[in-house]
Design a protein around this ligand. Structure first.
Ligand code: IPD
Ligand code: CA
Ligand code: CA
Length: 264
């Protein structure tokens, strides 16, 4: 295993525990919540503080690395040859702001925009999902794999919608409706990162969403692939962290989920 990657991966895990605990400690004492692009798109003082700390720590430990975070964007020093940390300080901010205990910190280490390691920590469940490319996916140290559900009618599937992507409303509703009567249950949990990790752990059978951002997908997509799952872009040939859509499921359910989504 590459020593440089391993070093960053171990550092990311320590950081995820530390930052996740800040999220948990602050859930009942939020100082402020502000809107970003619309009344539905919010940020809290904790999102900002978690990203600030992460940037500070990464730049001290790995001065040549670049951080690409939801709240502060990308470092100016970015070149294709830097390791890039793609970070969502809190995924599930709306849940967090309402004291719904379902959110996480997500850290992906990428090289030439491809995820090579991913760490996701949910402090409310004390669950750490992790993967290094080619080495499998783990939850609290135990190997995980996607579900072995054979038929869509036995599946529980998740989706979500990007709050500011108002132009996608009809598509989101059509897709959702198309699954009615075809799956055991449909869910919207409010954290795309945890949705991906739950696919990886076999807790849900499939997940799709449009217009997610790199920090919503980079770590979780690698964790799904390393758990034996399939990650694809519904709108273009190859999935990348910049894709405008994502479908994550098991190899067994892939064609069944695609059929419903294509008919929608
Ligand atoms: C959001 C969550 C949500 C998804 C939205 C994302 P945030 O991220 O992942 O589940 O449906 O598209 O923007 O704002 O909580 O970091
Ligand atoms: Ca997010
Ligand atoms: Ca966020």
């Amino acid at each position: 295993m590459d020593k440089e990657v391993l070093l960053r991966f171990e550092f990311a895990k320590g950081l995820a525990y530390e930052l996740g605990n800040i999220i948990k400690e602050n859930v009942k004492s939020l100082k402020w919540t502000k809107t970003k692009s619309g009344f539905y798109d919010i940020v809290t003082n904790v999102d900002v503080e978690v990203e600030r700390r992460l940037k500070e720590r990464v730049s001290l430990a790995f001065p040549n690395d670049v951080v690409f975070g939801e709240e502060t964007g990308i470092d100016e020093k970015a070149t294709p040859d830097n390791y890039m940390w793609v970070v969502d300080p809190i995924d599930g901010t709306t849940n967090f702001s309402k004291k719904v205990p379902h959110s996480c910190v997500s850290i992906a280490i990428t090289y030439k925009t491809k995820p090579i390691a991913g760490v996701v920590y949910d402090p409310f469940m004390d669950e750490l999902f992790e993967a290094i490319k080619g080495e499998g996916a783990f939850l609290n140290g135990k190997r995980i794999s996607v579900s072995d559900t054979k038929n869509l009618e036995d599946a529980v599937v998740n989706t979500g919608y990007q709050y500011s992507a108002v132009h996608m409303r009809d598509k989101v509703l059509k897709d959702y409706e198309a699954f009615f009567g075809k799956v055991r249950a449909l869910r919207i949990f409010g954290s795309a990162v945890l949705d991906l990790c739950y696919v990886a752990a076999g807790r849900i059978d499939g997940f799709w969403e449009y217009e997610l951002k790199p920090w919503d997908m980079a770590a979780g997509a690698l964790i799904v692939e390393e758990s034996g799952g399939i990650v694809m872009d519904l709108l273009s040939e190859n999935f990348t962290i910049y894709s405008k859509s994502i479908l994550a499921t098991s190899p067994t359910l892939l064609s069944q989920m695609l059929k419903v989504l294509k008919e929608a």
